[in-house]
Design a protein around this ligand. Structure first.
Ligand code: FES
Length: 197
């Protein structure tokens, strides 16, 4: 018996030289180890890449908005208002790795929902239906969303349309007689107010 490990190969070479067709080559032990090595390498590479992927997409998964308290003016100055008053607050928007400051309109209005201060509450102008900006319609004495016609009363409560709840009240507080508000985003299309960020 020939102990040369390349004996088989030599036979094939001889056959080739004699013009005979070579015997089919079956995957041997070496092919098996090559496949095993490939699968193992791919598995290790996938494991090592998880932290990198998480680090890369973290900004997309993280909160996209950071806000702080903004002053809206003396609380007393709103006690005589006869209709909602539009104000703007600054918001720091985090979009992936980029940060930008934007302004959002809010409405100071009279209301008694939880969190109101001296009968004053502040409404987000973001429609709870699909997020359009809801303006105050002075002629109608109501908030009317221009996108799908949801209608809200002066205190933000739901009147009609596809929105599933009233306009959202924002957290407010009074500091040394100054009315302060913190802007938040809320989940749309749900019947109950749910903070998103
Ligand atoms: S976004 Fe306001 S009614 Fe649809």
């Amino acid at each position: 018996m020939n102990s040369d490990p390349f004996h088989v190969r030599s036979q094939w070479t001889e056959k080739r030289e004699k013009g005979q067709p070579p015997e089919p080559e079956f995957p041997g032990r070496r092919s098996f180890f090559m496949v095993l090595l490939g699968v193992g390498g791919a598995f290790v590479a996938a494991l090592l890449s998880i932290p990198l992927i998480r680090y890369t997409i973290y900004p997309l998964l993280a909160n996209t908005t950071k806000t702080s308290w903004s002053s809206l003016g003396p609380l007393d100055s709103f006690s005589a208002m006869t209709q909602p008053m539009r104000k703007t607050v600054k918001i720091l928007q985090v979009d992936g790795w980029r940060e930008s400051v934007s302004e959002k309109p809010v409405y100071v209005t009279k209301g008694t929902r939880p969190g109101a201060q001296n009968g004053i509450e502040v409404l987000s102008s973001v429609c709870p239906h699909l997020g359009c900006e809801v303006p105050w319609n002075e002629n109608r004495g109501q908030f009317v969303c221009p996108c799908h016609n949801s209608v809200f009363a002066a205190d933000g409560s739901y009147v009609s349309g596809p929105a599933r709840r009233g306009m959202d009240t924002l957290p407010i507080e009074s500091q040394n007689g100054d009315l302060k508000v913190r802007f938040e985003y809320f989940r749309e299309l749900v019947p109950d107010k749910e903070v998103m960020g």
